[in-house]
Design a binder for this molecule. Structure first.
Ligand code: PLP
Length: 422
């Protein structure tokens, strides 16, 4: 059945709270189009989520009325742009409950955020024989920078193993921590498996040994309430384009006392206090980490996306997404030949699967002909694929604007794939 406004049900939660998905979908103009003559079913939200009209409007308003460089100008437009940009930072602060806005550094996304911590903290703190702990399910963005650092410093990468459901083994994790451990880097939510990791527990165990923790929040912030003070993590990264904001927007949160001790990531304009040919002194936070002209329009857009999220009942959105995930998991698991990869007890967002004797790229291509956008591949998590003994998976990833009817179309298309290959 095609998901039209008439056929989509407004889901009523068991708690009695209604999630009006018909109304929500109207906020996202991209969803109203057809692809290959079929209504688009967008299930690639873990790669990039869609952008609501209010965020598009805010970005256009900046370009139409405020476009100018920030911080440096004394003129009206520059001051307006600066106010909007710094206003977005304050929105981020409140969204993740950071103590201070200067703890929220604007970056292009989680990759840049992790690299900033690797350069700023890692290169200063890690030496020969030291160890860096990451998990077996990390995205390449939280593997490769640390590997580069290990290579440069003669340090060692240690990996927290996971079980066959895609859950980290916490006792084995604790056993990895020792006086040589300089940092732990763990994802909040797995993009490839959907697992929600017990971050509070992971942080507490590292802190017992005095080790700071970086949380890759690329898939956490779009689905879960993030409170960095409650998690007590030392760093937390956000990718705006996975959280209903434009590409080029993102944040790395860091505790002020750590950020202050860190060296800058990039050198250039806006990150200095004084420059002579003999010596440069650096600006304070957050400017020290924001060299050059940033993605002003995109970060203002991130602020607007946060306003949009705050205007929703996020608890109801989360429950709704959980219902969708459970519904899709039940339907897909019931198909003979389909295997779900990632069966952790706590999951959100992503549903990875493989079909016996069919390459995931073929699944993706046939689904695209049906107007259904999913992701097929290794999801920048090749070690995770290896752990589950698959070259790749097909992945449907959900947002609160998806519907059960869209899941039904996904399931019908998967059945079609099986028919084509049988
Ligand atoms: N970490 C995770 C868990 C991700 O899913 C992604 C992107 O897919 C990244 C990091 C990299 O994020 P970005 O491409 O926004 O830098």
């Amino acid at each position: 059945m095609i998901a039209t406004e008439k056929t989509i049900q407004t889901d009523t939660q068991s708690t009695g709270n209604a999630w009006d998905v018909v109304r929500i979908r109207r906020d996202f103009p991209v969803l109203a189009q057809t692809v290959n003559s079929k209504p688009l079913v967008y299930l690639d939200n873990a790669a990039s989520s869609q952008v609501p009209q209010v965020v598009i409007d805010r970005g256009s308003r900046y370009l139409r009325e405020e476009h100018s460089n920030i911080h440096r100008g004394v003129h009206y437009l520059s001051q307006r742009a600066t106010t909007a940009y710094e206003g977005a930072r304050e929105k981020v602060r409140r969204f993740i409950n950071a103590r201070e806005a200067r703890e929220c550094i604007f970056v292009r996304g989680s990759t840049e955020g992790i690299n900033l911590v690797m350069h700023g903290y890692g290169r200063k703190s890690v030496g020969v024989g030291d160890e860096i702990v990451i998990s077996a399910m990390e995205h390449h963005a939280n593997i490769v920078p640390w590997q580069m650092l290990c290579e440069e410093k003669g340090a060692k990468l240690r990996v927290i193993p996971m079980n066959d459901d895609g859950e980290l083994l916490l006792d084995e994790y604790e056993a990895l921590l020792n006086e040589r451990t300089k940092i732990v880097g763990v994802m909040h939510v797995s993009n490839a498996l959907g697992t929600i990791n017990p971050i509070k527990e992971i942080v507490a165990r590292a802190h017992k040994q005095g080790v700071p923790v970086l949380v890759d929040g690329a898939q956490g912030a779009p689905h879960l309430k993030v409170d960095v003070q409650d998690l007590d993590c030392d760093f937390y990264t956000i990718s705006g384009h996975k959280m209903f904001a434009p590409t080029g927007s993102g944040v790395v949160y860091g505790k002020a006392e750590l950020l202050e001790r860190m060296q800058p990531f990039m050198g250039g304009g806006d990150m200095i206090r004084t420059v002579t040919f003999e010596q440069t002194t650096y600006a304070g936070l957050p400017n020290k980490f924001e060299a050059g002209t940033p993605a002003i329009a995109s970060q203002i857009g991130l602020g607007a996306a946060i306003d949009y999220l705050n205007s929703l009942d996020r608890a109801a959105a989360h429950r709704y997404e959980q219902e969708l995930l459970a519904y899709a998991t039940a339907k897909l698991s019931a198909i003979e030949g389909v295997r779900i990869i990632g069966t952790a007890r706590e999951k959100t967002g992503s549903l990875s699967f493989v079909i016996e004797d069919v390459h995931p790229h073929d699944v993706g291509t046939i689904l695209d002909q049906e107007g259904i956008a999913i992701r097929a591949g290794h999801h920048c998590a090749q070690p995770t694929m290896k752990r589950f003994n698959v070259p790749a998976t097909a992945r449907a990833s959900f947002a609160f604007y998806n519907t059960k009817e869209e899941v039904d179309r996904l399931v019908a298309a998967v059945q079609k794939v099986i028919e084509v290959f049988s």
